[in-house]
Write a protein of this length. Structure first.
Length: 154
């Protein structure tokens, strides 16, 4: 398999060129922006779907980059992607930095009643399979995953 690129990594640099988180949000605020409850945000952080980049102590404090990750997790789950597939994607996207879902060119494809995560790379579409990313052919129709933050009423 061709190597998966990390060309879209954040360019915001902190110490020694490492990406630096921005902003400070509590779980309820992150949930409001991502369209889920604050409890779901706390669970996702404990399960490793998202990070609390500003503080892992209670209460967890999240960055705007963490909000983006939460919005993508929310979108993937709303499309019908299984929790286990979200977790496996995060584990397989370590080359994309501390916010892999935001940095990777992700999409989904419908496979019968199931929705699968794919990487839409220059050299082809790679589907997340039990053994990692597998190139698919012919290329299926991919629905890109975009960050969509919710606005609160009033």
């Amino acid at each position: 398999m061709a190597s998966i690129s990390a060309g879209s990594l954040h360019t915001f640099n902190g110490v020694a060129g490492k990406p630096r988180p921005h902003g400070r949000f509590l779980a309820g605020e992150v949930g409001e922006l991502a369209g889920v409850s604050g409890s779901a945000i706390g669970q996702w952080a404990r399960w490793g779907y998202i990070r609390s980049s500003q503080s892992d102590a209670e209460p967890r404090v999240y960055s705007v980059e963490d909000v983006n990750e939460a919005a993508i997790v929310s979108e993937l789950l709303a499309r019908g992607v299984r929790h286990a597939d979200v977790r496996q994607a995060i584990e397989r996207l370590t080359d994309f930095g501390p916010w892999p879902l935001s940095n990777a060119p992700l999409g989904t494809i419908a496979e019968g009643a199931r929705c699968r995560i794919v990487l839409d790379e220059r050299d082809g579409i790679y589907e997340l399979a039990p053994r990692g990313w597998q190139r698919v052919g012919p290329p299926p129709e991919v629905e890109g995953v975009r960050v969509r933050l919710r606005s609160s009423p009033g």
